[in-house]
Ligand binder design. Structure first.
Ligand SMILES: Cc1cc2nc3c(=O)[nH]c(=O)nc-3n(C[C@H](O)[C@H](O)[C@H](O)COP(=O)(O)OP(=O)(O)OC[C@H]3O[C@@H](n4cnc5c(N)ncnc54)[C@H](O)[C@@H]3O)c2cc1C
Length: 401
């Protein structure tokens, strides 16, 4: 971690946290990956123990707001720590990075009641959050079609909703639910949706089912809300401001995930290096083969380019200049880097790469989800492409400087 970029751009604290996170992943998480993958009670136990250890080591919730135990306030500074956390597919819950987005949203847009009832228990590690946006009846790429509703009655929101592919469905203590609050169909979508916090202990909340991904339980599931009643102050942001909040949330969320994917991509790169220099690799003279070198060059190029795109987008977010072009381009680049690196690593490991004898199958599974999760490749390409083309409308131009 002595590269020129880290020295120039990252604080001493971030560099130190990155080293500690790397050490923790290497010594505590990687040796337990196979046991966690196997699932069941033992996996749960190890997982809980590792969260506890990460907390004690001061490595949990590093990107939480500083007021709630976080250590770094800049997304760009967090990049090198997130990459080290991300070297294992199990990092997000162990390091609490999955909930730092909720923490920032609640601090910025939540009232005092929300901060007391939801943010504080989450920051203390006593509550797990979830975000319920995608619906079974409509494409998740089209929020304008959201049909779940919330109606205000006597100081309470009455929510009727069905959501699926929600992360942490089984463990969540509460869900941030995106619902239609406009009663008039003519209300433009920019004013029709709202976000409301719902405890999963509410009457009328039900986990309908858990949904496995490519044969493994990754924590997603389907939930329903039938006449669930929550106090009016559980609204986060403004009534009708759900789409704007969703955009802000997705922007930061995409970058947080992209940073972790870069860490996984780097792990794949290291695994490739270990394989070609292993006795098996040496006996097959893999380091001398040009086509093997090509795997390294392509993966290196993808990782380095994605890293810079993520860094630029993070810098813009830090400056509150959230830009869809930079964020979405960075998200797609990180996803591509991970897909390429995991695929190359699998290829170089031969049959072992496809088997469950290495961590590669698990990483490959995660890599495949990245092309859909938080916006499909096509939806993001379409949105970025439109903005780039439109930049030239009426004699305008897109400036790269
Ligand atoms: C691992 C994982 C975790 C997830 N976690 C959550 C969560 O916590 N909470 C939550 O609410 N949701 C979650 N999701 C759902 C996710 O947000 C949606 O899958 C995503 O928004 C895409 O929506 P969809 O699956 O309904 O696909 P659809 O919108 O039905 O799209 C299907 C396909 O149509 C094509 N398509 C879509 N738009 C365009 C376009 N503009 N141009 C060309 N083709 C297009 C693409 O090929 C796309 O993949 C998760 C998904 C995954 C895979």
């Amino acid at each position: 971690m002595s590269g020129i970029h880290e020295k120039n751009a990252h604080s001493a604290l971030a560099q130190s946290l990155a080293e500690q996170a790397r050490d923790f992943v290497e010594k505590r998480i990687i040796p337990n990956e196979a046991a966690i993958s196997a699932g069941g009670e033992v996996a749960e136990l190890i997982h809980t123990q590792l969260i506890d250890e990460a907390r004690k080591a001061g490595l949990w919730g590093v990107f939480y707001p500083l007021s709630h135990g976080g250590k770094l306030s800049s997304l760009e500074d967090y990049l090198i720590v997130a990459e080290q956390e991300g070297r294992t597919e199990f990092s997000q819950s162990i390091f609490g990075s999955h909930s730092s987005l909720d923490a920032h949203m609640m601090l910025k847009h939540g009232n005092a009641t929300i901060q007391k009832n939801f943010l504080e228990p989450m920051a203390a590690g006593k509550a797990i959050s979830s975000y319920a946006m995608t619906e079974p009846d409509h494409g998740g790429s089209f929020p304008s079609l959201i049909s779940s509703t919330a109606k205000l009655e006597n100081g309470h929101w009455v929510i009727n909703a069905r959501k699926w592919f929600v992360c942490n469905t089984a463990q969540a203590a509460f869900a941030t639910v995106l619902v239609r609050t406009a009663t008039d169909e003519k209300t433009p979508i920019s004013k029709a949706l709202s976000m409301i916090l719902v405890p999963t202990s509410s009457d009328g909340f039900k986990v309908e089912r858990e949904i496995s991904m490519l044969g493994r339980d990754l924590g997603q599931g389907e939930m329903s809300f039938t006449n669930v009643k929550v106090p009016q102050e559980n609204l986060i942001g403004t009534e009708g401001g759900g789409i704007a909040l969703m955009g802000e949330r997705l922007g930061i969320g995409r970058l947080l995930r992209a940073m972790h994917w870069l860490g996984l991509a780097q792990r794949c790169f290291d695994l490739m290096g270990a394989r070609v220099h292993s006795p098996r690799g040496i006996s097959a003279r893999l380091p001398e083969k040009q086509l093997v070198r090509q795997h390294f060059v392509k993966a290196h190029q993808a990782i380095v380019s994605a890293r810079e795109l993520v860094r630029i987008a993070a810098r813009l977010v830090d400056a509150e200049l959230l830009s869809d072009i930079e964020v979405n381009t960075a998200k797609m680049a990180a996803s591509e880097a991970l897909c390429l690196a995991s695929d190359s690593a699998m290829q170089l490991y031969g049959a072992e790469g496809i088997s469950d004898l290495t961590p590669l199958a698990g990483i490959y599974r995660i890599a495949r989800t990245t092309r859909i999760l938080d916006g499909s490749d096509e939806a993001l390409t379409s949105s970025v492409g439109r903005r780039l083309v439109d930049a030239y409308k009426d004699g305008g131009e897109y400036r790269f400087d």
